[in-house]
Design a protein around this ligand. Structure first.
Ligand code: SF4
Length: 425
């Protein structure tokens, strides 16, 4: 039996795409390992699913490709770099086949059957929901669309994934039902921007989720990253969805900056006040909901005042999770034309904001000590387990619990990223 390794970088959508690739390889009778390729002899194929969001990640991937290239395994490179920066891949791995993710469903089986040669980079509008594959497991990652409706000036992904391509609602719902039938307890709806989902198909994320929770079974849906610019279109119906106990009370809305002038430069179509209002309304109607957000610090036009506005926005809205990123100029993204602040300024600001975010998260979680929660165990190893409560909070529980089991725990401690608990049922 032939063997393959899939190395995956990047977001939940990329992870879901690697699940799809695993399905295609498995259907072709090839045994699959996920994780980092160890250089193991007799590995027939190494598939690297790339990410292009940040420069350090891109460099790490290029270093890997250089290492893997020409070592005897057939190297296939896909993911966002394959579509946005194929030249860099070519330079690092001359022997690799580069295939854009939209071509994978059709081309990979053919290449496996007829010998893997050449590239396939042309953009192809494929509905990949028919190729969704969920290796038996507690967590099912369901891709719902490719691309988005925005053109954020810092974003390279836009050049990789192209315009919005929402997958069929019917097939996505079928994939949800199959996954639940196969034992999934957590359904992660994944895309670049779930907020744009369906704008090209007369549906939207609120409608999709309201139908998904009709599926029989004991599971919870996690709604993926949602650009706040779309919320006004369906916020009432989305809030209705959160009333179901089959939806994690968790919403990831990347704000990126607290300064309206920086948001304008970033081509983000909402204001800091819009974000404040959304957070306030959603919290008032979905008590306890975990709001996650992203912040970019050191955007080329960001002044000290702009940075203070971002800091103040975090202090006011106190997100449960803030992913702080430094600004990186990207090859195709328009922001690179705006110059660059010094590394010193960017570093200083990201350290300061990361420290603030961490203290907000720690204080927020600390309030839960002594409370009891019901959690679903979604990750487990011999020593400890990670469970998720209805607010999608990370809860570490000692002992050896069964994956997918639902247990009652008492919170006995916390860090800035997770709660620590002991079983109490
Ligand atoms: S919404 Fe903006 S940041 Fe997100 S993928 Fe689209 S262009 Fe990039």
């Amino acid at each position: 039996m032939e063997s393959a390794v899939i190395e995956t970088y990047g977001c939940t959508l990329n992870q879901a795409d690697s699940d799809m690739i695993e399905g295609l390889l498995t259907n072709a009778g090839i045994s699959v390992d996920r994780g980092l390729y160890s250089g193991k002899k007799n590995t027939d194929y190494v598939i690297v699913n790339t990410c292009t969001v940040k420069k350090p990640t891109e460099q790490r991937i290029l270093d890997r490709l250089e290492k893997i290239n020409g070592k005897g395994s057939k190297l296939i490179v896909t993911g966002c770099m394959a579509s946005a920066n194929a030249d860099k891949i070519r330079a690092a791995a001359p022997e690799a086949s580069i295939i854009s993710i939209s071509n994978i469903p059709e081309m990979l089986p053919k290449m496996l059957a007829n010998g893997v040669n050449g590239d396939m980079l042309a953009y192809k509008r494929t509905d990949r929901s028919q190729f969704i594959y969920n290796p038996k497991g507690v967590i099912a990652r369901i891709p719902i669309s490719d691309g988005c409706l925005s053109s954020c000036s810092f974003c390279e992904t836009k050049f990789a994934r192209g315009p919005l391509n929402s997958f069929s609602e019917e097939l996505v719902l079928k994939a949800v039902s199959n996954a639940v039938h196969n034992g999934a307890k957590e359904i992660e709806l994944a895309s670049q921007d779930t907020g744009a989902y369906g704008a090209d198909k007369k549906t939207d994320i609120a409608q999709l989720v309201s139908k998904a929770v009709m599926t029989d079974g004991n599971f919870k849906v996690r709604i993926g990253m949602l650009n706040p610019e779309h919320l006004h279109k369906y916020i009432d119906r989305l809030i209705e969805c959160y009333k179901s106990d089959k939806v994690y009370k968790f919403l990831h809305i990347p704000v990126q900056s607290g300064s309206d002038s920086v948001l304008k430069e970033m081509k983000r179509k909402y204001s800091a006040d819009d974000f404040r209002a959304y957070v306030k309304e959603i919290r008032s109607k979905v008590p306890g909901i975990s709001i996650a957000t992203d912040m970019i610090v050191g955007y080329p036009t960001e002044t000290e005042e702009d940075f203070s506005a971002s800091i103040n926005l975090l202090k006011e809205t106190r997100p449960a999770i803030t992913n702080v990123s430094k600004f990186w100029e990207r090859p195709n993204a328009t922001a690179k034309k705006s110059g660059r602040l010094s590394n010193e300024i960017i570093k200083g600001r990201s350290v300061m904001m990361a420290r603030l975010a961490k203290s907000i998260q720690y204080e927020d979680l600390h309030h839960s000590i002594g409370t009891a929660e019901r959690v679903c165990i979604t990750e487990s190893n011999s020593k400890s387990n990670i469970g998720r409560d209805i607010f999608y909070r990370n809860i570490a529980v000692n002992g050896n619990e069964e994956l997918g089991s639902s247990i009652k725990v008492r919170i006995i401690g916390n860090s800035s990223v997770c709660l620590i608990a002991e079983r109490c049922d």
